[in-house]
Design a protein around this ligand. Structure first.
Ligand SMILES: Nc1ncnc2c1ncn2[C@@H]1O[C@H](COP(=O)(O)OP(=O)(O)O)[C@@H](O)[C@H]1O
Ligand SMILES: [Mg+2]
Length: 312
């Protein structure tokens, strides 16, 4: 552990080292060299003290396509014998609706969980708006909204109370919560059920409620993990319209799905993921042209020899 701390400290500049020392109430004479400060700190700090100073964002990366909202580099996540995410590198642009499309078990949820700080990667890095997802969770939580794959609501509260509760956690004003709640309930066709306890909701209704909760704080970046699972065709269309309307607000949306039509209809760009690997990347049109395919199902078939829904 001590050698871990030493190697991290050796990577910092003098100013950062002094900042850590000051936080530990140690004053450093001006004439002390960097290496001397490192030696002193090795005996006095924990990894937590160091991580506190690494919260400043690096500048968001800018490419010819625009500003990157999310930069994923060589990301790996292993669970004992399973490699759920296998060397994933990807840049998602501000204002983009990006879909991770792939079959069950492809590694979509694991990727989302790493980006949301729920899981630590085995290797590699990921940043959101320049913030490292393993170090700056507080800052990241302020700019993201997550609609998780498993519904996370209080069953004994009604829909409106659930939304209000999460709105309060984000310190929104009462008026703001009320206005946004009404608008979202209406847009998703959930207004009539808003006074009913979530415990009695169908799977599709729970997904809609979770979507509203994810978006109540008006996050700049939203992660929607399989947002339409369990919905009938009508509810799915309504939800697609709703997600489409978020694009108009210039939000960055990362959506995971195993529904071909969903990815085709909504996405600016699609990343196809299979066994944790990114196997294709581009706009739906680009991918279809590249593989001389009529739809993304044929694209997937041409790359893997399998159908996406196989085995589900
Ligand atoms: N907590 C875990 N422990 C062990 N294996 C896991 C865990 N979470 C996911 N996996 C495995 O990692 C792989 C990717 O899973 P997941 O990210 O949930 O895929 P997807 O969301 O694309 O269906 C699967 O093989 C899954 O069984
Ligand atoms: Mg999943």
């Amino acid at each position: 552990m001590t050698s871990d701390i030493k190697s991290v400290l050796e990577g910092l500049n003098r100013k950062e080292l002094v900042e850590i020392a000051n936080r530990k109430k140690i004053s450093i004479p001006n004439n002390w060299s960097r290496s001397l400060i490192v030696e002193l700190l090795v005996l006095n700090v924990t990894i937590d003290n160091i991580q506190q100073i690494e919260k400043k964002p690096s500048k968001p990366k800018i490419t010819s396509e625009g500003i990157c909202a999310i930069v994923i580099k060589d990301l790996v996540k292993k669970f004992e014998d399973v490699t759920a995410v296998d060397n994933l590198s990807l840049e998602i642009m501000e204002g983009e609706l990006f879909s991770l499309l792939g079959p069950n078990g492809a590694g979509k949820t694991t990727t989302i969980n790493i980006l949301n700080g729920i899981m630590k990667p085995t290797k590699g890095t990921a940043t959101i708006a320049g913030f490292d997802v393993t170090k700056s969770l507080v800052e990241i939580k302020e700019i993201i909204g997550l609609c998780p794959q498993e519904a996370a609501v209080f069953k004994f509260l009604n829909a409106r109370e659930n939304i209000e509760l999460f709105g309060n956690l984000h310190s929104l004003s009462k008026k703001e919560i009320e206005e946004r709640t009404d608008m979202f309930l209406e847009l998703l066709g959930l207004a009539e059920a808003s006074e009913r306890k979530a415990g009695g909701f169908s799977g599709g209704m729970l997904r809609k409620l979770n979507l509203i909760i994810a978006l109540i704080s008006n996050p700049k970046i939203a992660f929607l993990d399989e947002p339409t699972v369990g919905m009938d065709a009508r509810a799915r269309r309504k939800t697609w319209e709703f997600i489409g309307s978020l694009k108009a607000e210039n939000k960055t949306i990362v959506l995971t799905t195993h529904y071909i039509e969903e990815a085709e209809t909504l996405s600016d760009r699609v990343g196809i993921i299979d066994y944790g690997k990114l196997v294709e990347l581009g706009t739906p049109k680009e991918l279809m042209e590249r593989h001389e395919a009529k739809n993304l199902e044929e694209v997937f078939l041409s790359i893997t020899g399998r159908r996406i829904m196989e085995g589900i």
